[in-house]
Design a protein around this ligand. Structure first.
Ligand SMILES: *Cc1c(COP(=O)(O)O)cnc(C)c1O
Length: 820
């Protein structure tokens, strides 16, 4: 027995927030951590030094947050997501710690502009779009509303590709966000797990006569943890984003190397590391990439092993797991976790199957994000079985339980049985990840009221019949810290001046702005801020693209992934029709407009890439035509990401949310724009429906077919040709595009795109065109009365508080996780 008395470990002194101390520490980090003299330091060095100083101020709270959960035995929430579209972190962290002014002053005293170095921080794009951005907003809100939570995902070396335009075509370049290192993350060498693939399953009898299945994987890699702190508003809580990186078990095969096979000696290592090298592009069809399934299992297994280890550190066994742990599956990408938890409980921890299954279902919940059949994940049975043989067995065992219950207990028909089965037998047999996530969860939520209703009658109709109390709605939200306070400091300042600071802690308090919406003095200030934001965007467009914009024109913005259902095509066709109108009727008072687009297309999505090219072709023609007299300008801003959104959203007068009704699960871009005082033109789709309910129908411009009308048109047989022939505007615009007016170098470039509208018009572009064009003229009308315009847009800011992700997270915490 060691008799040395327990050492008294001193706590580090609390960090000061005085600018002079901050400045001293920045110099200290620059010198001793980065090894640079202040005289020769590059802007990047200042950025790193500043982040290190800010990070220290987070660490104390981080450790306190962790200690608290151990002390109180509070339930932990785990958010599993293959994507986290976090963007830059420094401003978020500084602002949430309440240190913005102090850091600015400290840097200024050193001759450094905080805005300049903040602009150098890489935009971490570990996600494709809305789903990944939601995960990032949730991380911030979970810390803000003080839910003890961990985000789990993958530390991709290359996030979403960087988009360039070459002659108007999208070109994809690798994104290298880790090029300058990542001062935010901590590698946790002690938190590493083995992840297996392939091999075989053996059946053994343990020493106490218990039957056991043992998976003997053929390949193994190590999952290593990298932690990034997630700071809540006012620094209340700091949670952890834990991203997994794949590493080889044997970094180098020394025998091979010494025998002269220098490349072969590193093969293992390269193979392991390639697992987490790139983010898989959304919408890439077919998604049947083995690497993708490997990524999904890799991060699911690592996360679950980590969760179980942490649970056992604090509690005796796993019977308490559902009371102490809630695991949220963000879409089906982590759905294999359901089988993995059963495997770990049974095969590794010796639990019997029925108990493991009961614990699993009470622990998991699942968020569905799409009703598009092509986006519902499934894996060919042979691939799944080869890569995850034990999980395949478990899935069959689960399936047997479910189907027997449905057949015997509930008298389900053959058709119903087929649709709830975890195995799709309709063609080549496939494992349905949506069904696996559904049956393995106690809660399945949609992300807007409309989407949740549709889920019950479409994809999950039969599963809903089997388990009628599981489907519920949690309408998405956005964090008002990033999407108002940080991206729009001008507007934030004005709101504080008008209604005080309460809205900073409770976004629904923005309602108090309502009474100012018709006040001319307030409108003028609001308009001045909008104009300043438009000037800032114009400067960005001028410097990046050499295009000059008039900030007094209406800025009409559509930024989001390029997809046929999001209908950038409808927008650009309407622009062509407007172009015709402006030239035919020069005597009318046209409202000057700048139509801005931005967004990436999945590399394999041909039509989406063609739509980008079309926007650029139309833009070149219109912008260079003197008969337009500057009344219409079209700009496609390349490389849409979170940082670009932060500049474009505050500068929008008009927000385009025009998806084919029934196809956008929620949208969150729509919310960002409304909060920043844009008028929305949109269909009754996704969260637009609830936006209309919140802002009032006078403060939003709604047009087009509704979701039930779209499905009726589709099932009754849609005749787009007749519609086009009945609409002169549309017919002329389509004829111009189709015949090569905008593509004189390749007259047939758009033939197939336009033929698609004539022949089936799946996305209802022709069906909605007239309504859309008319709605746009209604928008023009409102614009001509600037006072009416600002009443509506101020009302939008005032009434969008409900869409704060704090509200969404509170609902998850109360109704699904029962935590926090
Ligand atoms: C908000 C956001 C999205 C989601 O936009 P939607 O309009 O809802 O599709 C996608 N990408 C980025 C970078 C975002 O900030």
């Amino acid at each position: 027995m060691n008799t040395v008395s327990k050492p008294i470990i001193p706590s580090p002194a609390p960090r000061s927030s005085r600018p002079e101390i901050l400045a001293e520490e920045i110099i200290e980090r620059l010198t001793y951590r980065i090894g640079k003299d202040a005289k020769v330091a590059k802007p990047h060095d200042w950025l790193t030094a500043t982040i290190l100083v800010v990070r220290d101020r987070i660490i104390d709270k981080w450790m306190a947050s962790t200690r608290e959960v151990y002390a109180t035995g509070a339930k932990r929430v785990y958010y599993l997501s293959l994507e986290f579209l976090i963007g830059r972190l420094m401003r978020d962290a500084i602002s949430n710690l309440g240190l913005m002014e102090e850091v600015r002053d400290a840097l200024a005293s050193l001759g450094v502009d905080v805005n300049v170095i903040a602009g150098l921080e890489p935009d971490a794009a570990l996600g494709n779009g809305g789903l990944g951005r939601l995960a990032a907003c949730f991380m911030e809100s979970m810390a803000t509303v003080e839910v003890p939570a961990y985000g789990y995902g993958i530390r991709y070396v290359h996030g979403l590709f960087r988009q360039q335009l070459a002659d108007g075509w999208q070109v994809e370049l690798p994104e290298n966000w880790l090029a300058h290192g990542n001062p935010w993350e901590f590698e946790r060498r002690e938190s590493a797990y083995e992840i297996g693939f392939g091999g075989a399953v053996e059946f053994i009898t343990t020493h106490d006569d218990q039957p056991r299945y043992v998976w003997k994987p053929a390949e193994r890699v190590i999952a290593a943890a990298f932690d990034t702190p997630a700071v809540g508003w006012r620094g209340k809580r700091v949670n952890t984003l834990r991203l997994w990186s794949a590493q080889p078990i044997d970094p180098i095969l020394l025998d091979a190397f010494n025998a002269g096979d220098h490349i072969g000696a590193l093969r293992e290592s390269n193979k392991a590391e390639s697992l987490t090298r790139v983010l898989y592009p959304a919408d890439a069809t077919p998604a049947g990439q083995e690497l993708r399934l490997r990524q999904e299992f890799f991060f699911s297994s690592a996360s679950l092993q980590d969760i179980l280890r942490r649970h056992l550190q604090q509690y005796d066994d796993f019977t308490s797991l559902p009371d102490k742990v809630a695991i949220q599956l963000n879409d089906t990408h982590p759905a294999v976790s359901v089988a993995e938890l059963v495997r770990l409980l049974c095969d590794v921890h010796g639990m019997d199957f029925d108990q493991a299954w009961d614990i699993t279902r009470r622990t998991f919940s699942y968020t569905n994000h799409t009703l598009l059949p092509e986006a519902l994940e499934s894996w060919a049975v042979p691939l799944f079985e080869r890569l995850l043989p034990r999980h395949m067995q478990i899935i069959y065992a689960i399936n047997a339980k479910i189907l027997i219950d449905a057949r015997k207990g509930k008298n389900f028909s053959d058709g119903e049985i087929r649709s709830i089965s975890l195995i799709d037998e309709s063609g080549d047999r496939r494992v349905r990840m949506g069904n696996l996530a559904f049956v393995g969860s106690h809660s399945i939520n949609g992300v807007s009221a409309l989407h949740t209703d549709l889920m019950k009658v479409t994809v999950f109709a039969d599963l809903h019949k089997l388990y009628p109390d599981r489907i519920n709605n949690k309408t998405n939200g956005i964090t008002p810290r990033r999407w108002l306070q940080q991206c729009n400091p001008g507007l934030t300042g004005l709101i504080r001046e008008a209604i005080g600071d309460e809205f900073l802690d409770d976004a629904e308090k923005l309602r108090a702005l309502d009474v100012h919406s018709s006040d001319p003095a307030f409108q003028q200030k609001f308009a001045a801020i909008k104009r300043a934001n438009k000037v800032a965007l114009s400067n960005l467009v001028a410097s990046r693209m050499g295009v000059k914009l008039d900030p007094s024109a209406m800025f009409d913005i559509q930024i989001k992934r390029i997809h046929e259902y999001k209908r950038q095509l409808l927008n650009i066709i309407e622009a062509v029709a407007l172009y015709d109108q402006i030239r035919s009727h020069p005597e009318l008072d046209w409202v000057p407009r700048v139509k801005l687009f931005a967004g990436k297309a999945a590399p394999s999505y041909y039509n989406a890439k063609l739509i980008i090219k079309l926007i650029n072709d139309v833009s070149r023609t219109i912008n260079n035509d003197p008969s337009v007299r500057g009344l219409l300008k079209i700009v496609f801003v390349p490389n849409y990401n979170v940082s670009l959104a932060e500049v474009m959203v505050p500068a929008a007068d008009l927000s385009e949310q025009i998806s084919t009704a029934g196809m956008e699960a929620s949208g969150t871009g729509n919310m960002k724009f409304g909060l920043n005082g844009a008028l929305t033109i949109g269909t009754l789709d996704g969260a637009n429906v609830e936006m209309r309910d919140n802002v009032g129908e006078d403060n939003i411009v709604i047009f087009g077919l509704k979701a039930d009308e779209v499905s009726k048109v589709r099932s009754d047989g849609h005749n787009p040709r007749a519609i086009i022939e009945g609409s002169r505007e549309l017919a002329q615009a389509l004829a111009a595009i189709g015949s090569g007016v905008f593509s004189p170098d390749d007259r047939n470039r758009y033939t197939s795109l336009i033929d698609g509208i004539y022949s089936h018009d799946w996305f209802m572009v022709a069906a909605d065109f007239d309504a859309y064009a008319q709605a746009q003229r209604e928008v023009d009308q409102i614009w001509t009365n600037q006072s009416a315009w600002y009443t509506k847009t101020i009302n939008n800011t005032a009434r969008m508080g409900w869409f704060s992700s704090d509200r969404t997270i509170r609902q998850y915490a109360d109704e699904i996780w029962r935590a926090g």
